[in-house]
Write a new protein. Structure first.
Length: 116
């Protein structure tokens, strides 16, 4: 018997989205360079994207960022340190779309090689 939709566990995304006040971010991310903090001065609210793993669904990220016209603080924790940058959410979305299309083309090329 198939479990109900409510009991199914969603697949991990590999990232977390949130909206926070720009004034609170320098405390939360002390790694932000002064030039990055200057970019935050223009906005009152920013989108926070925290990557938790190296693998994530680029198509889902692009869908989640659709229609978000704001600055985004992108953070990724590695074994050595945490990397933080401030970019426009639409630039991040366009990059995710390009990565998804590239991955799709690579999978198509691989399957065509196997078929021939």
């Amino acid at each position: 018997m198939k479990p109900s939709r409510a009991t199914r566990v969603p697949a991990p995304r590999g990232y977390r989205l949130g909206v926070e006040l720009a004034a609170a971010l320098p405390e939360r991310y002390p790694e932000l360079a002064p030039a990055e903090q200057a970019k935050l001065a223009e906005a009152a609210v920013v989108l926070v994207v925290e990557f938790s793993s190296r693998r994530f669904d680029t198509r889902q990220l692009a869908l989640d960022l659709r229609g978000r016209h704001m600055k985004a603080v992108v953070a990724r924790r590695s074994a050595q340190a945490r990397q933080v940058a401030v970019i426009d959410a639409q630039v991040l979305r366009e990059t995710a779309v390009e990565c998804d299309e590239s991955g799709r083309l690579l999978r198509l090329e691989r399957s065509l090689r196997r078929a021939s």
